[in-house]
Write a protein that binds this ligand. Structure first.
Ligand SMILES: Nc1ncnc2c1ncn2[C@@H]1O[C@H](COP(=O)(O)OP(=O)(O)OP(=O)(O)O)[C@@H](O)[C@H]1O
Ligand SMILES: O=P(O)(O)O[C@H]1[C@H](OP(=O)(O)O)[C@@H](OP(=O)(O)O)[C@@H](O)[C@@H](O)[C@@H]1OP(=O)(O)O
Ligand SMILES: [Mg+2]
Ligand SMILES: [Mg+2]
Length: 357
């Protein structure tokens, strides 16, 4: 008997996230929501073969800290999950591990944004360059060539899941370039009156929340020493960092976010990233009003997202419906959908369908 033949077993959602994260989200409540929709929610035991725990219709996870760990045990865990997905091509994974890997690498993430058409609507990623060496002269040259201007912000390469990945610095001059801690990404600083907009996405649903952010810095601040900070002490909902206090001379003019731009960001990034659960951090540049994407997070905190669990089960249901629809389409077209060796053909077919959508 296959997974799809067994109706009851096809309704199991296997999930994994840290205990800290599930407590924060009050995950027990999601179990109840799942039951109301005919799903059973089962926590994966990452130390045991998944084959003995399934079959799963859906795997829902926040594995960022395990992927980022990259030690022998972590690699074994991820291999086990990837093997299960390979052996069960119909299981829906929220979100695909390769897509999460892209988001764990800030340099790759900024390149994804750069390659979208969002630039045409004044949504951009601030100029950035990867810093891999400790040679200050070489780095100064690299920054100049890339067009990264002072002040700039230095962010660790790894974006999530480690203790150091939120440790950053603002660098004001060539002297400060010695404070870059490679491997990192240097990114031009965008003045935005200390307001951050967090755009949380759950499948087709999204919600924007406002957060404190870094104050404005100017090129006239060129003599300043490097500022180091932990992003979580600046931009959480309850943060009250001195670094967010505007100078008295500055007007606290409020920026405004363009709802059409938000909609386009979700539509565009969702397909480029191939992700359902992610958050986009946006700042609105003073004067120009251009929207800068400064960070994208896999499975963020969703603090302030109304009815998160309702939207999450909605996302699971619609992902399953999409997958069943495409399966029915392939069967109508004479494809053997039970044979994963047809994957290539299916993808080719899907590409041809997409051309007409
Ligand atoms: N290019 C930039 N220009 C101006 N301010 C920036 C820029 N990039 C980051 N910041 C500020 O630094 C903070 C941390 O940056 P970023 O969001 O990249 O860090 P993070 O650790 O990945 O955050 P998160 O906790 O959302 O994952 C932002 O909330 C914002 O206040
Ligand atoms: O701390 P919060 O709950 O808010 O969530 C943060 C989340 O931590 P958690 O998933 O462990 O909770 C972080 O993930 P890791 O770097 O730890 O992998 C990262 O996604 C942040 O962007 C989230 O902050 P937000 O962007 O939502 O403000
Ligand atoms: Mg951020
Ligand atoms: Mg981040």
């Amino acid at each position: 008997m296959t997974d799809s033949d067994n109706h009851s077993s096809s309704m199991v959602i296997g999930y994994w996230m840290s205990d800290r994260k599930s407590q924060k989200l009050n995950w027990i409540e999601f179990g109840k929501v799942c039951r109301q929709h005919g799903y059973e929610l089962v926590k994966l035991d990452l130390d045991k073969p998944l084959e003995d725990q399934g079959p799963f219709a859906v795997i829902l996870h926040k594995l960022t800290e395990i992927i980022a760990r990259n030690d022998k045990q972590a690699i074994q865990i991820i291999d086990r999950i990837e093997q299960y997905i390979k052996d069960h091509p119909k299981v829906i994974i929220i979100d695909p591990l390769d897509s999460v890997r892209t988001l764990l690498d800030r340099y790759k993430t900024y390149n994804v944004v750069l390659n979208t058409s969002l630039n045409n609507i004044d949504v951009f990623t601030p100029t950035f360059v990867e810093i891999l060496s400790t040679d200050v002269k070489e780095n100064i040259k690299k920054l100049k060539n890339a067009g990264v201007t002072f002040p700039f912000i230095c962010k660790p390469f790894v974006a999530q899941g480690t203790t150091y990945c939120h440790q950053m610095s603002v660098i004001f001059n060539e002297r400060g370039v010695a404070d870059c801690k490679p491997p990192c990404v240097a990114q031009s600083f965008i003045n935005h009156n200390a307001i951050l907009y967090k755009l949380y996405v759950v499948g087709d649903h999204y919600q924007m929340v406002e957060r404190p952010s870094l104050k404005n810095f100017y090129s006239s601040n060129e003599d300043r020493d490097t500022i180091t900070f932990d992003s979580h002490s600046v931009s959480k909902s309850d943060s009250s960092s001195e670094l967010s206090v505007l100078d008295p001379s500055e007007s606290a003019k409020r920026s405004s976010v363009d709802p059409i731009k938000l909609h386009s960001i979700v539509k565009t990034l969702g397909s480029y990233l191939n992700m359902s659960l992610y958050g986009v951090d946006i700042v609105v540049e003073n004067d120009s009003n251009r929207h800068a994407i400064i960070d994208i997070n896999a499975y963020p905190g969703y603090d302030g997202f109304p009815d998160f669990f309702g939207k999450l089960i909605d996302c699971v249901v619609s992902r399953r419906a999409q997958s069943l629809c495409s399966k029915a389409y392939f069967e109508d077209s004479g494809f053997d959908t039970s044979d994963s060796s047809d994957d290539k053909k299916s993808r080719a077919k899907l590409n041809s369908i997409n051309q007409y959508n």
